[in-house]
Design a protein around this ligand. Structure first.
Ligand code: AMP
Length: 115
């Protein structure tokens, strides 16, 4: 068995982080190192999918649920407009291999495309 991901450990309450929104199958936290005025992470409760490609193939309805949570989080924390980023693969900057979406919002003019 591999070690639980940092996000699973947050979900279990083993690592401190405020869960700012939640659905049956996913949750939202603030990124610990924000790259935009609003930088949230939308994360499935399961860590069965390492990236968005696996998630889309394995459970497209869960991917759709992440997008809905992202929309709601952007509306709650900013003006409703947002950038949704899935870093996919280490070469693209992915560091946590438990699929998650970065929601970037609020004054994005200065923000680069990288999350
Ligand atoms: P990625 O590099 O796309 O895999 O994204 C992982 C993200 O998780 C990074 O933006 C980190 O800043 C963020 N992160 C790592 N540990 C924590 C934590 N304990 N609480 C909140 N965000 C975290």
């Amino acid at each position: 068995m591999s070690e639980p991901s940092v996000f699973t450990r947050i979900l279990r309450g083993e690592i401190p982080s405020e869960i700012v929104a939640e659905s049956e199958r996913a949750f939202v936290i603030r990124d610990i190192a924000p790259k935009a005025p609003v930088h949230l992470l939308v994360i499935p409760k399961t860590e069965a999918y390492r990236d968005v490609v696996e998630l889309a193939a394995g459970d497209p309805s869960l991917l759709a649920e992440l997008v809905e949570l992202a929309r709601d989080a952007a509306a709650a924390h900013s003006d409703g407009d947002f950038r949704l980023v899935f870093n996919t693969g280490a070469g693209a900057g992915q560091t946590v291999f438990h699929v998650h979406a970065h929601v970037l919002a609020g004054g994005l003019e200065e923000a680069s495309l990288g999350a």
